[in-house]
Write a protein that binds this ligand. Sequence first.
Ligand code: C2O
Ligand code: CU
Length: 478
Amino acid sequence: MTPMRLGRRPFMLGASALVTVAGLPAMGQTMPVATPLIESGRVIERRLVAAERPMHIPADHGPLVRGWSFDDEPLPVIRLARGDRLRVRVDNRLEQFITVHWHGIRVPNAMDGVPFLTQAPILPGESFTYDFVPPDTGTFFFHTHCNTIEQLGRGLAGVVIVEGDEVRPHDAELVCVMRDWRIDAKGAFTAFTSAKAAARSGTFGAVRTINDQDVPVLEVPAGGDVRLRLLNIDPTRFAEIGLEGAPAAVIAVDGNGVAPLPLTSWSLGPAMRIDLSLRAPGPGEEAVLYDYFAAEPVPLARLVGAGLPLARGAFQPKPLIASDFAQPDLANAETFRLTFQAAAAASELVLADGQALRLADAMCLSTDTRWAINRQSWPEEGHLQLPPPLFDLARGRSYVIELVNASQYRHPIHLHGLTFQVLDPRQGAPGQRADTVLLGPRDRVRIAFVADAPGDWMLHCHLIEHQETGMMGWFRVA
Ligand code: C2O
Ligand code: CU
């Protein structure tokens, strides 16, 4: 261990486990790096029961909705410290099969929750136990990976927070989860998709929520420093996030610490997350979280200062402790190009026989194919099993993937199994880590990583209607 690093006492829990050492830069671009993972010995056990549970949406005053959730609280939040082992038993009390994917967490392949690719589906009445030690701190979420357009649309998701990345704790923390509900005024679900919307920018919900509430009012310690973990788990919605009434900085992207960057606005596509550090307004004053991606800015949440004002001095957000990733060797990296495009001939998707149809169903892919990656829609015509991988990667080698959007729609592209550096981000700093990257219309963005996780991993657009109509594939690291 070099003296510049932070030590972690393996048997202490939470943020208090972090001790600073002399020589740590107080501010600026240099980020402290976490020590290699040491298991804490602590096991966090959770039981999730996927079932239909009536819930009011919006939570405070809305109609009763036949939502699906993993727990009695509609949006369970699992918190652990870096080094803790998470053991989650998932019971399926729905009438369709499920698997659970831990979005952004670098899990072993067998825990990745993709039906048939990494595990057998959890059938109705059955259960499966996920068991892993998340290697990185950050803000993550989990969702099913099958018929996602309906399952996520009905609410099956939750949050995972892995603590231990703060050099100096904030005075308070908020978790804000953005999702829409495709419901009518009586609370009945409306269509999750249509052929027309799937070929364009997707189906939007009429009821927008943060933590299932309609513009919640959230108390924050007046004058204090607040960490706001913001997750967009909607299948479709892109937001342009801004905060008015309080200074704020982006301190993490997809859970990965970045050098604090003053927040002006930030595009947050489906599955993307940012962590903000902000200075809470004074007693009784408010700051408003907005989505500017609309004709009129849409308020999402109100932060109201409460209590005696804290005297915190000038607002100077501290960098988080970054996870210790292998740095890609760009000089010797092999490059692959992926082109995201409309399917050239959607009607040509003819499944060869009954087995192929069953497999297609099982993979939760509608037979309505609108989108493709490198001219291949999954499943490719005539394949009885998985399509061939998009690419084969050698374990331990560095790769650059050039993501090319040949369409006029936006695509949040997500890779399972690893996080990558974004070499030419459209927001934030080059080289920042992410698990989902936004491709603008006709855009081209390069990402780089070390293929250090063996297994078969998904790669897909996280606009779920695009994913489920063909914009997905997989790659193998061996
Ligand atoms: Cu949240 Cu396959 O992804
Ligand atoms: Cu897309």
